[in-house]
Design a protein around this ligand. Sequence first.
Ligand code: ADP
Ligand code: MG
Length: 235
Amino acid sequence: MSDPIAAARAEGRTLLTEVESKQLLHDAGIPVTQARLATSADEAAQFATEMGFPVVLKIVSGDIAHKSDVGGVILGLDDADAVRAGYDSMLAAVRQAAPGAGIDGVSVQQQAKPGIEVIVGATTDPQFGPVMMFGLGGIFVEVLKDVAFRIVPLEARDAAQMVREIQGVKILEGVRGQPAADFDALERLILQVSDFVAQHPEVAELDLNPVLAYPDGVMAVDARVVLAEPAAVEA
Ligand code: ADP
Ligand code: MG
């Protein structure tokens, strides 16, 4: 595949699709569930058979930032027939929920095993430039605003502090007999993303939401890269 940033620029897009975002991050050594773009139900079934079940299907559109809001995510598909049916029903649902959106197809990826959902992100602050963000997934970020921030570039000590200063750290440390998350892997991921945005000034926003944190390792199952407006890069 060609350079996703160049491809998006050539089409005048600032939003990279999940497939493009994950390709970039995978190339940078960041652990992601890689997604393959299928353009027919049969191709989706073939990719799924090659990668192994269960799989997840997601809508691929440069116009859709939040896929589940428009029926664009189906989890837990266990065989080729379920993938074929899922492909068709997803396209129908998304066309109804987002009538104007251009659709590239449907991505196929392996379903990751359950873990603690965390968010690793980067935004651009008008004053400080790129800033890293870390928090637990879902209500912890959206409702409780339980997040830690640091200015890029981060040092190892920054990442170690970030994962420990959120209120929800107790969940990462393991509650009710659950094993603790792999703090080393979380810190490594935060540093990798910090390096990535430092090396890509054209990236205005990056979201890994969620990353699944395990007792051994981490895996980003969703990724969204947003480029700066072309004029802003020159400034
Ligand atoms: P959205 O664009 O709506 O954020 P996501 O790709 O984050 O879509 O998918 C929605 C949810 O589905 C995620 O928050 C996660 O819980 C689950 N999910 C997505 N992809 C995977 C995967 N590969 N393995 C396991 N769970 C997944
Ligand atoms: Mg997501």
